[in-house]
Design a protein around this ligand. Structure first.
Ligand code: SAM
Ligand code: SF4
Length: 317
């Protein structure tokens, strides 16, 4: 279905939980999340009903995210039921990868076609620092598990953080030569409290092309990623620039949070609740959310915080 600005809205990001087994510094507070009442969160049946309502309005692609989706006990059942919904052509999942050795084959069997795995550094001490509690080998084992499970596509998502991993751009991009994976560098987004990130942390992704002049530009994919390839690359290198050059004009997505709020725009505080509604009620709220999509989000920069009103783990990045 088209929104007011003629954009075809066909992509839903569904956050299945706010919880996570990591505490990435740009995403979540150290102490984790406030304990939520179970009854305030969407049930599995409500998630399925919501995707059915979305599919009836033209949503074709669903990405499962969180928090960390693989800490959700019923994640396989959720995936399987969404993959079976008529009209859903593509089911993808974003994960930190830690639980993929255990889940990759079952996710594939449940109908997940593509996996995005978040990895900001290849140095164990830096991984432990940025995630506050993770061990790099767990994420790398997860990447290996994703590759051997035979997904249609595996992408590595790297948040580019000035003063943290900017000297690893070449090593991270080279994963696309070593393995059949796309590596995507994403600009750090200024969400809620992130006092530890100064202005230098907000590095534009054009930095990647500066330090890797050998990158060959590929045709624009028409979405939100500038695509390149390293010589000998098996996969692409992508640049995603929510700060320096946003792609709101091409935005085709809605987000549904684990506590049942539709967000017409990632960086707006507007939320529309669907908790407890019937199929028809949810359908109406989806229509409202599509109608409410703004042309563009406000300015984002080191000094202009997102107006999302939530950290990323509570939205679903
Ligand atoms: N836990 C899963 C993971 O880490 O892949 C899925 C949820 S996580 C919120 C989704 C993505 O959002 C991750 O790739 C993460 O790096 C990204 N993210 C979180 N906070 C961010 C921020 N402030 N700026 C840019 N990306 C962010
Ligand atoms: Fe967890 Fe993903 Fe957020 Fe890291 S980015 S804290 S892994 S939800």
């Amino acid at each position: 279905m088209k929104d007011r600005f003629g954009r075809e809205i066909e992509y839903l990001r569904l956050s299945v939980t706010e919880r996570c087994n990591l505490r990435c510094r740009y995403c979540m507070p150290e102490e984790g999340i406030c304990k939520k009442r179970h009854e305030d969160m969407l049930t599995e049946d409500e998630m399925i009903l919501a995707v059915q309502a979305a599919a009836s309005l033209g949503i074709r692609k669903v990405r499962i995210t969180g928090g960390e989706p693989l800490v959700k006990k019923n994640i396989l059942s959720i995936c399987q039921r969404i993959a079976d919904i008529s009209g859903i052509e593509e089911l993808c999942l974003t994960t930190n990868g830690l639980l993929l050795p255990q889940y990759a084959a079952a996710l594939k069997a449940a109908g997940v076609k593509r996996i995005n795995l978040s990895l900001d550094t290849l140095r164990p001490e830096r991984y432990a620092h940025i995630t506050r509690c993770g061990e790099l080998h767990q994420a790398l084992d997860g990447l290996a598990a994703a590759l051997s499970a035979g997904f249609e596509k595996v992408k590595v998502n790297t948040v580019l953080v000035g003063g943290f991993n900017q000297d690893e751009v070449e090593a991270l991009a080279s994963l696309s030569v070593q393995y059949p994976v796309d590596v995507r560098f994403i600009e750090l987004m200024p969400m809620q409290k992130q006092d530890e990130f100064g202005a230098d942390a907000f590095l534009p992704v054009s930095y990647v092309t500066q330090v890797l002049p050998q990158l060959q530009k590929l045709p624009f994919d028409g979405k939100d990623v500038l695509l390149y390839r390293l010589p000998g690359g098996q996969g692409n290198v992508g640049l995603i620039s929510p700060l320096s050059q946003h792609f709101c004009g091409k935005c085709d997505r809605l987000r549904l949070t684990a506590d049942g709020h539709l967000k017409p725009c990632l960086h707006s505080s507007q939320e529309i609740s669907i908790k407890g509604l019937t199929f028809e009620g949810m359908r109406e709220r989806f229509l409202e959310a599509i109608e409410a999509k703004p042309a563009c989000h406000g300015v984002l920069s080191a000094t202009h915080r997102s107006e999302a009103g939530r950290n990323m783990n509570r939205i679903g990045g």
